[in-house]
Design a protein around this ligand. Structure first.
Ligand code: CP
Length: 360
């Protein structure tokens, strides 16, 4: 067994060098014939693509309202198969990808842990992913390790069956398709107030280990005059790599631990959970930081158009009674994930024209 793992490692020599490159230097590696192929980093998306994808998601959403429209969508990709390789727990990302595949007619296989695959017998992740690629046309991957999806894309791109790899969350690093659904939600929620351009957005909670806020921060470079407020306990402050990126792109940001002070100012509040699955000590699992929770009394302090978001799952960061307020957008947000992921899959397989033809 060790021999095979070693052989795979030798075959794919060069990964460490590739992984250590600046993200901007390697984005072309994840394209095919000028189009996005693997989805690994939020930095892969520009404004044109984001606007286009939101529009495509709206079209899919519109078509799915009727039986005839649903049949048209299902007939787009019945010849394609997807694999959901989720070895870190997930409800929304897994289900929304699975449902997005069903909407477009793809058939879906899944593995939800390494204990039921031949990895138990010592098969390397590289060989495991190559095996998936033997049977399917698309792999969506969630993994506790940063860089895992990227490595799998890199491995497959050197084989005779380079199927697209979509990063469904890679450790505390990135969650690029969550950022897509967050943008789609924000644009929809701000539809009557000029869209996302010019808005003030607060990100609250565990910003250090929260991959959703990291990916969303990267996307802010695509929007005009956006201002960010990072609201967190000192130990969970946003990491320097994101702050350097924002500085480089002249995106103003403020850091504070006084949540209530910024509530009347901002247009959106993006709540996050303490990511204690990455805690370095058992005591780290008991932290709740109630001063960074959104409570019912706070509804009176925010603007009439302010949107409350959360990637979910929630624990106690938002009181359940807040859900009844129309500004609580997180249940709509998770549903947006299904539409934007369907749009992404439609784009990857090049069937977007068939969808837009339905509207011409
Ligand atoms: N937002 C999100 O990634 O949720 P899941 O962990 O349930 O997929």
């Amino acid at each position: 067994m060790e021999r095979y793992a070693e052989q795979t490692q030798q075959e794919f020599e060069g990964w460490e060098e590739f992984y250590s490159k600046m993200v901007d230097e390697k984005l072309d590696h994840f394209k095919s014939e000028g189009r996005l192929f693997d989805i690994i980093y939020a930095q892969q998306f520009d404004r044109e693509f984001l606007d286009y994808l939101c529009n495509l998601a709206d079209m899919i959403r519109g078509l799915a309202k009727t039986k005839m429209g649903q049949e048209k969508l299902r007939n787009l990709l019945p010849h394609k198969r997807a694999m959901l390789y989720f070895v870190q727990p997930s409800t929304r990302t897994f289900l929304s990808f699975q449902t997005a595949c069903y909407i477009l007619g793809l058939s879906v296989s899944e593995t939800r842990g390494t204990t039921t695959s031949s990895e138990v017998k010592g098969e390397s992740p590289e060989d495991t992913i190559r095996t998936f690629a033997s049977y399917v046309d698309l792999i969506v991957c969630r993994h506790p390790q940063a860089g895992f999806a990227e490595k799998m894309a890199w491995v497959l791109n050197q084989t005779e069956r380079p199927v697209p790899v979509l990063n469904g969350g890679s450790g505390p690093d990135q969650h690029p398709t969550q950022a897509l659904l967050d943008i789609y939600t924000l644009e929809r929620e701000f539809y009557n107030v000029g869209g996302l351009d010019g808005k003030k957005i607060a990100m609250v909670g565990d910003l250090r280990r929260g991959r959703t806020v990291r990916s969303l921060s990267y996307l802010m470079k695509n929007y005009k005059d956006v201002e960010l407020y990072f609201v967190s306990p000192d130990i969970f402050r946003m990491k320097d790599d994101i702050k350097s990126f924002l500085e480089k792109h002249n995106i103003p940001f403020h850091e504070t631990d006084d949540f209530e002070s910024i509530m009347p100012t901002v247009d959106a509040i993006y709540m996050t959970r303490i990511q204690d699955e990455y805690a370095e000590s058992p005591s780290g699992k008991a932290e709740t930081h109630p001063e960074f929770h959104f409570k019912t009394k706070h509804l009176a302090m925010i603007q009439p158009h302010c949107v409350i978001l959360h990637p979910l799952p929630r624990r106690y960061e938002i009181e359940v009674t807040v859900d009844k307020d129309p500004r609580a957008a997180y249940w709509r947000q998770e549903r947006c994930g299904m539409w934007i992921r369907a749009a992404l899959i439609a784009h990857i397989f090049g069937v977007e024209q068939e969808i837009s033809n339905e509207f011409s």
